[in-house]
Ligand binder design. Structure first.
Ligand SMILES: NC(=O)c1ccc[n+]([C@@H]2O[C@H](COP(=O)([O-])OP(=O)(O)OC[C@H]3O[C@@H](n4cnc5c(N)ncnc54)[C@H](OP(=O)(O)O)[C@@H]3O)[C@@H](O)[C@H]2O)c1
Length: 315
């Protein structure tokens, strides 16, 4: 037991050390020096979406499209619209019940699969080695693809170790281009680091102006695990779309509150996946690469942090 413990400690230290090294080389491609992901053939896409290089070298768009609650016809139409206006990264999950709709939209878009970055997530009911292998296959079958760009453990519940082992095997077999986690706290990440042979590439977590997550943000930066914000608009909660501080900043730059929020994520190096079923909003949310928040703006946004979840029902 003691020996095993020592072995784990060594692995963990090695992992953390490797993480620090990777952090130094992790490449966030800033505005202006953007490495463009895929080609844009959409009439409305006046901009290219910069990418960040994940810790395994895979480029990931800094801005993607969220699909939670977009089901059935609405889901298919929204994802189709999103791709048509220029989104190339689509975030879905087994538990959203819309992988079929997302797959149908991708097919209908006519866009080459290689130009898309498709993320799905393993739901807690399937945690463990066997469950993960089966759930992954079900997800890609529904999506009509033979690989995922990113597969995440949706929540740190159940046999995370077994799930991760299965995901490492799928990654090594070329079925997933990057593997990661979602809703993992630093403690849960550190636990994984004891046994993980492949470091998570991404941690997708609740992040918005009311819950800025500085502690986790710093840990992820240090460990070169890409921070991805879910609910980048807090799903509209706490009056975000009428917040006077954000409105004032928007007025100064001739931008909307949504654009100020997304620009804030981008300037922090955080990937954001806003959801919308409104095509005008989808286009608006892409127009964030032609302005810059200054120090004063960032200081004002820092004051909005409540440092607490806006989704207590999910805790
Ligand atoms: N890993 C996890 O546990 C987890 C949890 C939650 C979410 N997620 C992911 O994160 C994605 C985004 O989060 P979310 O869906 O909770 O919400 P969100 O993206 O924070 O907010 C969506 C809301 O913002 C509105 N909106 C979008 N653009 C707007 C604009 N330009 N102006 C005004 N309103 C605008 C949308 O309304 P309209 O439709 O009218 O535009 C919708 O009501 C999800 O879809 C999902 O993919 C992951």
């Amino acid at each position: 037991m003691e020996k095993q413990h020592q072995h784990n400690e060594i692995n963990r230290r090695g992992f953390l050390k490797a993480g620090a090294g990777l952090a130094a080389t992790a490449l966030f491609v800033p505005f202006g020096a953007a490495k463009v992901f895929g080609a844009f053939n959409a009439a409305n896409a006046k901009t290219s979406i910069p990418t960040v290089k994940l810790n395994n070298g895979l480029p990931m768009p800094m801005l993607g499209f969220g699909t939670n609650t977009l089901n059935g016809e609405v889901g298919e139409r929204s994802v189709f619209d999103a791709i048509s206006v220029g989104y190339r990264s689509i975030d879905t999950a087994h538990v959203y019940g819309n992988e079929g709709a997302v797959g149908a939209a991708i097919k209908r878009s006519g866009i080459d699969r290689k130009e898309l970055f498709v993320t799905s997530k393993l739901w807690v009911d399937f945690a463990g080695y066997e469950g993960t292998k089966k759930a992954f296959q079900t997800s890609i079958d529904k999506l009509g693809t033979d690989y995922l760009d990113l597969y995440l453990i949706h929540r740190p519940r159940g046999d995370v170790k077994g799930s991760w082992l299965a995901m490492e095997e799928l990654y090594n077999a070329g079925k997933i281009k990057a593997i990661g986690v979602s809703n993992f706290e630093p403690r849960q990440l550190a636990e994984m680091m004891i046994y993980a042979k492949i470091k998570p590439a991404v941690n997708q977590i609740e992040t918005h102006v009311f819950f800025q997550g500085h502690n986790l943000y710093d840990v992820l930066k240090k460990e070169a695990v890409q921070h991805e914000a879910w609910s980048p608009f807090a799903a509209g909660r706490n009056g975000i779309f009428s917040n006077p501080v954000l409105a004032e900043i928007g007025k100064k730059h001739n931008k909307s509150i949504a654009q100020v929020c997304l620009r804030w994520h981008y300037q922090r190096g955080v990937v954001a996946i806003p959801r919308s079923q409104n095509k005008a909003h989808m286009i608006e949310n892409l127009q964030i690469f032609d302005f810059k928040l200054d120090k004063k703006d960032l200081q004002a946004i820092a004051t909005l942090d409540l440092n607490k979840t806006q989704f207590p029902e999910w805790s």
